[in-house]
Write a protein that binds this ligand. Structure first.
Ligand code: TTP
Ligand code: CA
Length: 362
């Protein structure tokens, strides 16, 4: 199944301030140039009824909501991440394997615990929605299907607060009437190309000659889309981030056992690692120190944090602690020193808003 939290940033704001509930709520990314310059990040469904959408300039959203008592708020990413982490924790408990995608979506493989039964999977989805509602007061939309592709489209089918089950034998007929743009990988450009071939719906695509499709779009995209249009997708639900790490290592001016000299170097490395952590928008659970000694042997020490962090001070303090320990435990001088963070809890790249809009707009 695919779980997608409804109007996520705006729903977080409604939860924080229940008096917003029946008003249009617009979460904004202010560019700071003039008072209203910037773009809409997202809006609740009340605001959407007035035509407000993600990516729209703020002044335009204000114009559409001129006559009503609407709420405009700046984006508070740290708060949404906290809510997201809590909810992802709940969702994880419902899955055989779990894959978070972005801040407000996750794929859950429930094949085993549902014993391969789609009815049982549907019941699980229902329980999951109730638990998220009871614990975190948020609604989500869930799609249940034979694979990720179908589950994702099913989740979009009824929003907000929806639950859609598509059984394997119904996948192709479920997809057929939908616009080709509902398929992942079909953006504006490819959408236009297909339109020129007379392909408007997924059903049109399924009926289209696969050889011609491959000639026009290339082998891999053509074959992928041909399969996708028939609801065929074999990509497994995969936990992300566990294998990844970010590290920096550097050679010291001279070999040393002086803690102060080492810490000066590691502080600099921590800053570089941290900049990368921020850029990649991840939180780490594990911090490691690596030392290459004068005889070229390598020693490393690591520590697991109690909660995931993306904080420079936490990183520096942990490294200082590890460096102190390492010096006590080895006798040789240190030649190279390195800092590493790993076990990321969130893998989403922080994209420029424009890129985000392009990728997600249908
Ligand atoms: P989405 O899941 O695309 O949208 P949503 O949760 O606001 O609404 P829906 O009910 O349709 O699922 O995106 C998740 C969050 O990502 C969204 O709350 C805000 C952020 N976002 C942006 O900042 N800019 C964008 O252009 C989009 C599409 C989303
Ligand atoms: Ca969402």
């Amino acid at each position: 199944m695919l779980v997608d939290l409804d109007y996520f940033y705006a729903q977080c704001e409604e939860r924080r301030n229940p008096s917003f509930k029946d008003k249009p709520v617009v979460v904004c990314v202010y560019s700071g140039r003039t008072e209203d310059s910037g773009a809409v990040s997202t809006a609740n469904y009340v605001a959407r009824e007035y035509g407000v959408k993600s990516g729209m300039p703020i002044f335009l959203a204000k114009r559409k909501l001129k006559e009503v008592d609407a709420v405009f708020l700046p984006m508070d990413r740290a708060f949404y991440e906290e809510v997201s982490d809590n909810i992802m924790g709940i969702l994880r408990g419902f899955a055989d394997s779990f894959e978070q995608v972005g801040i407000d979506e996750a794929y859950l493989d429930v094949t085993q615990r549902a014993n391969g039964s789609f009815e049982a999977a549907y019941q699980l989805a229902q329980q999951l929605r109730e638990k998220v509602k009871a614990r975190e007061s948020l609604t989500c939309s869930v799609g249940v299907g034979p694979n990720k592709l179908v589950a994702k489209i099913a989740a979009d089918f009824e929003k907000p607060d929806g639950l859609t089950l598509v059984k394997p034998e119904k996948a192709e007929s479920f997809l057929a009437p939908l616009p080709v743009k509902s398929l992942m990988g079909v953006g504006t450009k490819i959408g236009k190309r297909m339109e020129s071939l007379g392909i408007k719906t997924i059903g049109d695509l399924a009926r289209y000659d696969v050889q011609v499709l491959i000639e026009v779009l290339g082998k891999s995209l053509g074959a992928y889309l041909h399969n996708a249009s028939r609801g065929i997708d074999e990509v497994p639900v995969q936990e992300r981030g566990e294998a990844e790490s970010i590290s920096r290592i550097s050679t010291l001016k001279e070999d040393t056992r002086d803690l102060e000299v080492l810490l000066e170097k590691t502080a600099q490395l921590c800053e570089e690692v941290h900049a990368n952590v921020v850029e990649r928008n991840v939180s780490f659970r594990s911090v490691g120190l690596i030392a290459v000694l004068t005889d070229m042997s390598i020693r490393s020490r690591s520590k697991t944090l109690e909660t995931p962090s993306r904080d420079l001070e936490v990183l520096k303090n942990t490294i200082n602690e590890l460096a102190g320990r390492l010096l006590e435990e080895v006798e040789l001088e240190v030649r190279r020193i390195g800092v590493k963070v790993s076990r990321f809890t969130q893998q989403e790249k922080q994209k420029a808003l424009t890129e985000f809009i392009e990728n997600r707009s249908r």
